[in-house]
Structures are given as structure tokens and as C-alpha cells.
Design a protein around this ligand. Structure first.
Ligand code: ADP
Ligand code: MG
Length: 703
């Protein structure tokens, strides 16, 4: 059984309790699994005489002097004498309680970093308390915490959470045996979960800190195995649950919309597009909801594959929804899909509807009616598509573009609300699209629950983008190049970085560049696009640019995803060193969409030493070396590590706290096999295990 959640009513929570809730520390097990960031050694007291410069030590002595000084700024100075030497304790912020505990004559225990100097030894802001009490036998854990939650409070909470937590064995004997075999290969004896946790919270003073730090210690191995098992179990469970659900079986009609759309396209599909199209069609034809990720590099032509899938749903008399993360992108889909589909839908008496946040009320309610009546066969929009008032008549297929840009909660909302009246208890088919691929090994092992289709080929006739890494000191050369491109009738993007902490700086950066370019490129229409502009203005700028009337578009990262202007042939990214690798690749993908030779200039600004940070340099190097999105994803994984790669991107919070997919492959393989066995042979144990580890997060992992 999972531990019961705390029953304390919310309004009675104290500030630290609220802070604990915020950190997700609700159940005893949550506390037990909240592991230290590091440890402090309070098991020993050293003499001041022996303390080396820069060492963090614990000393005990008598206060011989207390003073408040006002220059150069207000501070409390306390002199401590332990018989071997003296030390000045210095506090820039202090309370009356400091003065009381550190009164002259008091015997205190103090812990901090010793600095030796001309004026004798000092410690800045050491931790202290009245002397006495036994020395602890174990290292003192230091937990990740927040400002409202004092370390001492959290320590106590963890101790009692750990004591109370139900930690009995969940692994049935055969699974334990296979774990033991796997661990033997890693030279780690099997520990029980309770042993492992007690050890990690309070390791003895003789522990190898290295083994704790690199997580190779047997206690860590047990924990990682448990976590991976929980993750694999929940994935497998989700898959089995979904396999038990019903979805409408969709099929193309001979001579129907699907065929007509294919015939109407101005180009032939690539072999890869045909292949993934067939994979999707096969899924749609089954009575089980599809759960498929369509990944393909930027510009590989995912939109048309989506449109063809939509045509299958519409052919069968059902509705399809297409959701995009930004209004600009939704608008583009809308324009394109209308161009392709509307002439074909018209004879059927059907329409395309669209929904965005900025829509006028009147238009919106018109659209809602079209959707509810079923007259709108295709609904395109932003997050507005999943809002409460939207009622589909019979939605059978939901498509999410640039799915990594949506939060997990939004994906869940989509799935839960999208059952239309005619679906009954069933679910619509779900197609997610992404240009930032999950490396294959990760997709196969980690996303056990997801089917993946990959477009691994670009449409013909594209010339590869040439990428140059250029220091900002050569900015004028870049501007000359822009001039040359525009003279040839080409168009140019100039992207300024998003500085998250300060939208204002971000904006001034873009507006300054806009002014600079306008001045240096007389006779060229230079536009500006940023997220805080009114939507109507954004649309006006975008349509000037896509219509070819605007030579240069300066923007913040709002153009990052999906924007498609084939005549644009030069992309300049300012402060490229501040962007993540996959974002750089996405941005670069805005050019090279037509037949013209295209280039991407990564402008970087070196720091004061004239250098770039190491990871920034690696990112820019990777960009210059390859255009291949899969290779980029692989390097990204290498530079950032999989925890960050998966976690931050997919949900905003890392899904794996302990295990590391790059290094814990043996444990992952074990967990995969163990999950299948456990779910089939020991379903109760499986449920207990998932409940303990994931609690309320289990739902999230299924999204
Ligand atoms: P992405 O996969 O990045 O979403 P898009 O769907 O926006 O790519 O397609 C990029 C461009 O390539 C669009 O202009 C699209 O019309 C065009 N395109 C798609 N498929 C083909 C094809 N088979 N042949 C030629 N052009 C294509
Ligand atoms: Mg796209």
C-alpha cells in the first residue's frame, strides 16, 4: 500500500510545512527518499592550532570577547579561545540570539571554514551552538531545501519520516534474485531498501565519500534499481491500460480525402514520409488508441504527414484536432492546411476551424459551434484547443506539433478531455510530433510506452546549410553579407537571445539590433518581432516577411519553431553562446527550406578574457560540424547528460532522480525485464512498488 497522504488540513500548515509540501515532501516515503546533497563531518572536534587554512572544521571553545563594529560596515565580532589558539568569528548579519549564545564566557561548538590571516584566524558566518551533547556517530546530512525550510527542521522531519516509512520488501523472490545477479556484476552486495536509505541518510564516518558521490555504493545501486523498476513498471502499465482501451478504427475511403490530398500536393512524398504515413495509417486502423511520436529533423516535412493522417480521420467521418505551441505556428498550419484541404472539404460540406487565445469572442463562439456540430472536420489551434468550453462532436485523432514545448499537464488535459460524445469511454488516437529527437536507445529503453516513427530523409533539392561561428567583433562583415543577400532578393532572420531573468533586457537587445540594422541597411525593410507585441502586430509583421516584402526580420526566439519561409536564406543568431544546442538547431532550421544555398551565422560574444565557456564552445562546434538533428541530439545528450536531456525538456522536473541512463544501462536492462515479469506474475507487488515510488506522479509519467 502506498503511504496515506498527510491528513493535516491545508490551512493549518506552518510555513516550513508548506515549504515541504512545495518540495513534494508530503508522505513519509517522500521524506525517506529525499537524499542529502552532501555530508558534513561533525563527528570530530579539532583544535584551532591544527586547523589548516581553508579547511572546514568543527572546534569548541570559550568566548573571550564580543564586539559590534560599525566600520567598514556593521558586524558582530566574537573571539573564541579553545586553549590551542584563538579565532575571530565574523557575522555581517546577526540577531540578538547570536549575541546571547555567543556571550563572553559561553562555551560553544562552532563549525566553519578557517581562514588564517595577518590578524589571526577568522571564520565568516560559522554555524554554532552551545557546547555539550554527544558528538554524532554518523556524518551529518545536508539536504536540498528552500529558503522557508530550515535545514535543522528538515533533518528532523527526514529522521522521523524515515523511521515511520513503510519500507518492507516489494520485490518478489525471483526478481530479487535477478537483481542480486545484476549487482554482483557491479560488485555490489544486495542491500534492502531500508538498509540502503538509512545508510545514505546517515553514513558512518569511515565511509568512502567517493563511492557516495559517484553513486556506485551498493546503497545507491539498490536505490537506482528500485527507481528504474518503478519507472519501467509505470510505463508498461500505461501501455497495457491503453491496449485495453477502445478507439475508433479509421480507414481511408477509395477515392476519398486522403487520395485527393495526395493528388493535390505540389510535390511527391519522400520515401520516409510514405513509410511513416503507412505506420500511422496502420495504427489508426486498429481499435486501440495510437500513442505515437513522429520525429523528423526540421524541414523534413512532418506537417504534410499530419495532414494525411487528418484526412484518414475525416474520411471515416470523424474530427481531427491539431495543436501547436504558438499562435504563429498555428496560423501557419492553418494557412497551409486550408490551402490544401479546404477545396477538398467544401464539396463534403465540411470546414476547417481554428482556435487561439487572441480570438474575438464572436468568432470564437462561431468556431465552437462548428466544432460541436461536427461541421468542422479539422480544428487547428494553440492551447485554446484544450480549454473547457471546447466540445467536440466526434474527435478521433489529436495531433500535437512540437510536443516537447507542451507541459506534461497539458498533454494529460488533451488526452482526458478529448473524448467526444461518440467516443463513449474510448480515447482518441494521439500523434505527437517533434523535431528534437530522442536518441534511439533512450526511446527504446526509457519510453517503453511510446511507438516512434522517424522521418530520416529531407525532401529533395535542399542544399545543406553552411554554418559559421563568428565573433561579434566581426559584426560589420555579417551585416555586409546581409546586404548582399537582400540585394539578391533573399531574406534574412536575425535572432536575439531570450534572457529569462529579464524580459526587459531581452527586448532592448532586440530593439537595439533592430535600430542598428535599420540604420545600416538603408532602403531595406527591417521588421521586429517579439513576444510582447500585440498579436495583430505580430501577424502583420509575419505576413510582410512571408510575403517577401520584408528583407530582414529581427526577432526574439518567438520564431523558433515551425516558421516556414522558403525564400529566407540567412540566419544570424546573436549571442549564440547563450542558446541550448537543440534550440540552435531549431533556429537554424528556419533557413535551407528552399532551393537557395543557405547559411547560418552563429555570432558569439567572448567574455572579458576573450574566451568562451567550455560547454558553449562544444555546442557551437557541434553546430558547425553537423546539420543532422539526430547527431545534434546525441551530442546534446553527451554535453548535458540524460537526466537533464529528458527531465527538463519533457516535464520541467526530472523524472529520474537517482539513476543515470548513460551509466546505469545494466540496471535499466534488469528493470525492463523485471517489470514485465512482475506485472504479469506479481501484479500486487508491482502496484505496491509503483505507489511507493511514484505516488501521485504515476499519472504524469503516463502522459
Ligand atoms: P517540419 O518537419 O519541420 O515541420 P514542414 O512540414 O514545415 O517541416 O516542411 C518543410 C517544407 O518542406 C514545407 O515547405 C513543406 O511544404 C515542404 N515539403 C514537405 N514535404 C515535401 C516533399 N516531399 N517534397 C518537397 N517539399 C516538401
Ligand atoms: Mg513543423
Amino acid at each position: 500500500m502506498p503511504d496515506a497522504p498527510s491528513t493535516v488540513p491545508r490551512k493549518e500548515l506552518s510555513a516550513p510545512q508548506k515549504a515541504m509540501h512545495k518540495l513534494g515532501l508530503v508522505r513519509d516515503i517522500d521524506l525517506a527518499l529525499h537524499l542529502p546533497l552532501r555530508y558534513e563531518d561533525e563527528t570530530r572536534i579539532v583544535t584551532l592550532h591544527d586547523a589548516r587554512d581553508g579547511e572546514v572544521v568543527q572546534v569548541e571553545g570559550v568566548v573571550t570577547k564580543q564586539d559590534i563594529q560599525y566600520r567598514p560596515r556593521r558586524q558582530l565580532l566574537v573571539t573564541l579561545d579553545d586553549g590551542s589558539d584563538t579565532c575571530t568569528l565574523r557575522f555581517f548579519s546577526f540577531y540578538p540570539s547570536h549575541q546571547k549564545t555567543l556571550a563572553v564566557g559561553a562555551r560553544v561548538r562552532v563549525r566553519g571554514e578557517v581562514r588564517g590571516g595577518f590578524m589571526g584566524k577568522t571564520m565568516m558566518h560559522p554555524a554554532f551552538h552551545a557546547a555539550g551533547g554527544e558528538l554524532p556517530e554518523a556524518l551529518t546530512p545536508v539536504y536540498p531545501t528552500s529558503a522557508q525550510l530550515p535545514q535543522a527542521y528538515l533533518r528532523k522531519a527526514v529522521v522521523s519520516g524515515l523511521k515511520r516509512a513503510e519500507l518492507s520488501e516489494t520485490l518478489p523472490q525471483p526478481v530479487l534474485t535477478s537483481l542480486q545477479d545484476t549487482l554482483r556484476g557491479l560488485r555490489a552486495p544486495l542491500m534492502s531498501l531500508r538498509q540502503a536509505l538509512e545508510y545514505l541518510h546517515h553514513p558512518g564516518p569511515d565511509v568512502s565519500l567517493a563511492a557516495l558521490e559517484d553513486r556506485s555504493h551498493p546503497a545507491w545501486q539498490r536505490l537506482k534499481a528500485e527507481e528504474l523498476l518503478a519507472q519501467q513498471l509505470s510505463q508498461l502499465q500505461a501501455k497495457r491500460e491503453r491496449d485495453a482501451l477502445r478507439a475508433p478504427a479509421l480507414q481511408t475511403a477509395p477515392g476519398g480525402l486522403h487520395e485527393q490530398l495526395l493528388a493535390a500536393l505540389p510535390f511527391a512524398l519522400t520515401a520516409a514520409q510514405r513509410r511513416v504515413g503507412e505506420e500511422i495509417a496502420r495504427d489508426l486502423h486498429r481499435q486501440v488508441p495510437m500513442h505515437r511520436l513522429l520525429q523528423g529533423d526540421v524541414g523534413s516535412g512532418k506537417t504534410v504527414v499530419a495532414a494525411l493522417a487528418a484526412a484518414i480521420a475525416i474520411d471515416s467521418g470523424w474530427q481531427c484536432a491539431l495543436m501547436a505551441p504558438t499562435e504563429i505556428l498555428a496560423e501557419q498550419h492553418f494557412a497551409k492546411l486550408i490551402g490544401w484541404l479546404e477545396p477538398l472539404l467544401e464539396p463534403l460540406g465540411k470546414r476547417v476551424a481554428w482556435l487561439t487565445g487572441s480570438q474575438k469572442k464572436k468568432q470564437r463562439s462561431e468556431m465552437l459551434e462548428l466544432i460541436a456540430s461536427g461541421e468542422a472536420a479539422l480544428v487547428v489551434g494553440t492551447h485554446a484547443v484544450i480549454q473547457d468550453q471546447v466540445q467536440f462532436k466526434n474527435l478521433a485523432l489529436a495531433i500535437i506539433d512540437e510536443q516537447h514545448r507542451f507541459g506534461v499537464a497539458q498533454r494529460l488535459a488533451l488526452r482526458s478531455k478529448m473524448g467526444g460524445a461518440e467516443l463513449g469511454a474510448g480515447e482518441p488516437h494521439l500523434l505527437m510530433m517533434s523535431a528534437t529527437p530522442i536518441p534511439r536507445t533512450l526511446a527504446m529503453s526509457y519510453y517503453a510506452d511510446l511507438d516512434v516513427s522517424t522521418i530520416d530523409e529531407l525532401p529533395p533539392g535542399r542544399t545543406p546549410i553552411v554554418t559559421k561561428v563568428v565573433s561579434d567583433s566581426r559584426r560589420h562583415e555579417v551585416i555586409e553579407r546581409i546586404h548582399a543577400q537582400v540585394t539578391e532578393g533573399r531574406q534574412v532572420y536575425w535572432v536575439c537571445p531570450l534572457i529569462e531573468e529579464s524580459e526587459a533586457i531581452d527586448l532592448s537587445n532586440a530593439t537595439e539590433t533592430h535600430a542598428e540594422l535599420s540604420q545600416l541597411l538603408p532602403g531595406v525593410l527591417v521588421g521586429l518581432l517579439h513576444s510582447r507585441m500585440p498579436v495583430a502586430e505580430k501577424k502583420a509583421v509575419m505576413s510582410l516577411f512571408s510575403g517577401g516584402h520584408m528583407g530582414v526580420l529581427v526577432s526574439t526566439t518567438v520564431i523558433e519553431v515551425g516558421v516556414d519561409v522558403p525564400n529566407a536564406s540567412l540566419m544570424v543568431i546573436e549571442h549564440a553562446e547563450r542558446f541550448g544546442l537543440s534550440q540552435l538547431h531549431q533556429l537554424r532550421g528556419r533557413v535551407g527550406r528552399g532551393a537557395a544555398a543557405s547559411a547560418c551565422v552563429l555570432l558569439y560574444t567572448p567574455n572579458e578574457g576573450g574566451r568562451l565557456g567550455e560547454t558553449a564552445r562544444e555546442r557551437l562546434k557541434a553546430m558547425a560540424e553537423t546539420n543532422d538533428g539526430f547527431e545534434i541530439a546525441r551530442r546534446d545528450l553527451e554535453i548535458r547528460g540524460p537526466g537533464e536531456f529528458l527531465g527538463a525538456r519533457q516535464s520541467g522536473a526530472p523524472l529520474l532522480r537517482f539513476a543515470d541512463l548513460a551509466t546505469d544501462t545494466h540496471l535499466l536492462e534488469w528493470a525492463r525485464a523485471a517489470a514485465a515479469e512482475m506485472l504479469t506474475r506479481f501484479p500486487e507487488a508491482a502496484e505496491r512498488h509503483v505507489g511507493r515510488w511514484l505516488g501521485t506522479k504515476a499519472e504524469y509519467l503516463k502522459a
